[in-house]
Design a protein around this ligand. Structure first.
Ligand SMILES: [Zn+2]
Length: 468
């Protein structure tokens, strides 16, 4: 398989470092609010990557984190604590207990979204193992890592925090390809919130419960007094705990490249002296017009708001798979509606497909997939099969990667509900009596339940409804 590696900025041949097991770490959500559909695109990408690896016969050992502490409103450690803000927003008392409640609420909502999108829903697969790692459950691991960095001279202490000293790590800009000096001038000049911080790019490994965080409710004892970990350190500590010092693939959104992932590399490699992750894979944004979807920009669309508009969540999945993961994707409700029609047409067509394989199509599908996840082209292969009318077995294999749940849909569609069957009989009767008005009424009635009726030479046929 070949993947684009952000680290080398090239498409490279991928093989796991050891045997058949691929170790993947994914940056998960900060559980202080609902995820928007732009966030969810990242996990659709992860899901396809993992399915593609499983399809190629690999085992996948996957870790994803849940950030419930330490993430400030700016990824570069400025501003307020996101979890504290959430407590205030929702009228909770500022206690550790209520922080845990908020985190639990949004974790459940997030995992529910993933389920609806058929993401990571192959936990039965013995070749796949997922570990959900909560930051607040790994305080000791984070403190241990900070200790190593302090001992090795990569970190310094101020009254407010322990910072990573980026000047001590010459490779600091290797993920972005920027030198530290270039990065510095690119960063907006802002007043340091800690006057003893040496460089703009130095980032907090540990915040003390002092200064601007004196009233913070989430804190733990440490060699540097009470406090809480910075956001970046959790990913390094938990990734290395579960997957070892060198990962095969680290994933995340492109927005993580310049700060979060750059910092993860610096602190991990400074501590171990080894490569932290061999491959870095990043997905692009969902945009609306020219704007990135963001909570702050008022373009906050959740999966549930699509469902409320009557859209099938898997239509959003289909919509995302229509673009390569490294390309920006322009969102509109109309576009997701069109994706839903395509998906419904696919389901309806699948029922009529004849049994059997289409080996050339399978070869083409795999070749495209293995070339940096060429999923949009793979969708074209799917439609080619539909056109020939043969090869349902191949299509079901492809769905192991695409995740449209075709198998269950076929079952559902081949068992037409009694209510619909009755209406079809009534319509047949009306047509025999040339009562076209009545036949049309029944057709509309059936559409309300989500089906289109087609009159064919063999009689009436039911298809999943396609909206005009
Ligand atoms: Zn991370």
């Amino acid at each position: 398989m070949n993947f684009y590696n952000t680290l080398s900025k090239k498409i490279e041949n991928f093989k796991p470092q050891k045997g058949k097991t691929v170790k993947i770490y994914t940056c998960g959500p900060t559980v202080y609010n609902y995820a928007h559909i732009g966030n969810l695109r990242a996990y659709i990408f992860d899901d396809i990557l993992i399915r593609a690896l499983l399809y190629n016969g690999y085992k996948v050992d996957h870790v994803i984190n849940l950030t419930d502490i330490g993430h400030l409103t700016s990824d570069a450690d400025a501003g307020e604590d996101k979890m504290m803000k959430a407590l205030a927003r929702e009228g909770f008392p500022l206690t550790l207990e209520s922080m845990k409640k908020i985190a639990e609420k949004y974790t459940v909502a997030f995992q529910d979204d993933l389920k609806k999108l058929n993401i990571f829903e192959y936990t039965e697969n013995k070749n796949y193992k997922i570990t959900w790692a909560k930051a607040s459950d790994h305080i000791k691991e984070q403190i241990d890592l900070v200790k190593i960095l302090v001992e090795k001279g990569f970190a310094y202490e101020t009254d407010q925090a322990i910072y990573f000293d980026v000047k001590k790590f010459p490779d600091y800009g290797k993920l972005t390809g920027q030198k530290l000096e270039e990065k510095k001038t690119a960063v907006r000049k802002e007043v340091f919130e800690d006057k003893d911080k040496k460089n703009q790019a130095d980032f907090a490994l540990w915040f003390k419960r002092a200064g601007r965080f004196a009233g913070h409710v989430m804190y733990w004892p440490s060699p540097w007094g009470d406090g809480f970990p910075g956001w970046h350190i959790e990913c390094s500590a938990m990734a290395m705990k579960y997957l070892g010092e060198t990962l095969d693939i680290h994933t995340g959104g492109v927005d993580h490249i310049s700060v979060h992932h750059t910092n993860e590399i610096a602190q991990s490699e400074a501590a171990t002296g080894k490569t932290f992750s061999r491959f870095w894979m990043h997905n692009e944004f969902i945009v609306i017009g020219k704007d990135k979807m963001a909570k702050s920009a008022g373009t906050f669309i959740t999966l549930n708001s699509l469902i409320e508009k009557g859209l099938n969540p898997l239509a959003y999945r289909y919509f995302c798979l229509g673009a390569h993961y490294r390309q920006q994707l322009n969102f509109s409700f109309e576009a997701v509606g069109a994706a839903e029609n395509a998906l419904n047409n696919l389901y309806s067509a699948t029922i009529d497909l004849k049994k059997g394989d289409d080996i050339p199509a399978e070869e083409e599908f795999k070749k495209l997939l293995d070339n940096d996840l060429g999923v949009p082209e793979d969708l074209a292969v799917v439609w080619k099969i539909v056109k020939t009318g043969n090869g349902i077995d191949s299509l079901l294999k492809f769905d192991e990667v695409l995740g449209f749940d075709i198998k269950n849909k076929i079952k559902e569609l081949s068992e037409i509900p009694e209510k619909i069957k009755k209406l079809l009989e009534e319509r047949e009767e009306a047509r025999k009596n040339k009562d076209w008005v009545r036949a049309d009424e029944i057709r509309k009635r059936i559409e309300v339940d989500g089906y289109n009726v087609l009159d064919t030479a063999e009689g009436q046929k039911i298809k999943l409804k396609v909206k005009a």
